[in-house]
Ligand binder design. Structure first.
Ligand code: DGL
Length: 283
């Protein structure tokens, strides 16, 4: 892996947009970015070797996030999108401090739009256990709740279920009903998807919560934020550029590729990435 040439792409328009998640969840954000910014070259890493991140400690997820960032920068990333709420909660602040020259775009649960929408005064957030334990989450609720009741519901096991391709099966429905029906019974009229895997089961979620609950996915806001950051820093792809997507996984590339097709992303090569002694190599 040569770090010489790609590292020089930092701060340039020719660099790639580096994106990562624990697995396939960040592909929901990636699809939105591909549509919004078709000229950008995207490089996606899914950490299949360590998914799910949600039950892990924030410290461990922070360690993964730093190593992944180093690998993406070595591949010429000009900006990094942390397409994972858990990794953003664990590492976004520390990454910005360590790499002040690199623009980062992170996920945060969309409590603000939910609070703006609610008429009942009760909103729900579903996310991983680690996200709810983070300081970032506490800060967001403190800043944006404004007297609205924000109900937090962790969904342990849901990411694993989604990674296994169980997007709309009776087992996934039973799990979701167990978490969502009590929220509906308490009067929520907005539900924030606080994990990038969850939009994959959005049809099922919408069926359970019904038409009176607005389901909020922050992916479009993230794509807009990425566009804003690149424009601000003058690093958007040149006007005549042709975008594409390359993927890497530390899990099984064939499984990843099959999932990607199911999510409607075709023609993107998937390569094997490897972890060794805490550092990540993207071939
Ligand atoms: N997509 C990750 C997130 O947004 C999933 C976390 C996990 O792997 O548990 O939080």
């Amino acid at each position: 892996m040569s770090s010489e040439r790609p590292a020089s792409l930092r701060g340039t328009r020719e660099g790639v947009v580096g994106i990562f998640d624990s697995g396939i969840g960040g592909l929901t954000v990636t699809s939105t970015i591909m549509q919004a910014l078709p000229r950008e070259r995207l490089l996606y890493f899914g950490d299949g070797a360590h998914v799910p991140y949600g039950p892990r400690s924030l410290e461990e997820v922070r360690g993964f996030s730093f190593a992944i960032t180093d690998a993406l920068l070595a591949k010429g990333a000009k900006v990094i999108v942390i397409a994972c709420n858990t990794a953003s909660a664990a590492a976004l602040r520390a990454l910005r401090e360590t790499h002040p020259d690199v623009p980062f775009v992170g996920m945060e649960p969309a409590v603000k739009p939910a609070v703006e929408h609610t008429r009942t005064g009760v909103v729900g957030v579903i996310a991983t256990v680690a996200t709810f334990q983070s300081e970032l989450y506490a800060t967001i609720v403190e800043r944006f709740a404004h007297g609205v009741e924000v109900l937090h519901q962790p969904c342990p096991g849901l990411v694993k279920q989604i990674e296994a391709g169980e997007f709309d099966t009776p087992a996934t429905e039973v799990m979701l009903r167990g978490w969502l029906e009590p929220l509906v019974a308490r009067g929520i009229d907005a539900l924030v998807l606080g994990c990038t895997h969850y939009p994959i089961v959005r049809p099922l979620i919408e069926r359970i919560v019904g038409p009176d609950v607005r389901v909020i996915d922050p992916a479009p806001a993230i794509a807009r934020q990425l566009e804003h950051v690149m424009r601000r820093d003058g690093i958007e792809a040149p006007a005549d550029a042709q975008g594409d997507l390359q993927c890497f996984t530390s899990g099984d590339p064939q499984t990843f590729s099959a999932m990607m097709q199911r999510l409607g992303i075709h023609h993107a090569p998937v390569r094997q990435a490897t972890w060794e002694d805490g550092s990540l190599t993207l071939p």
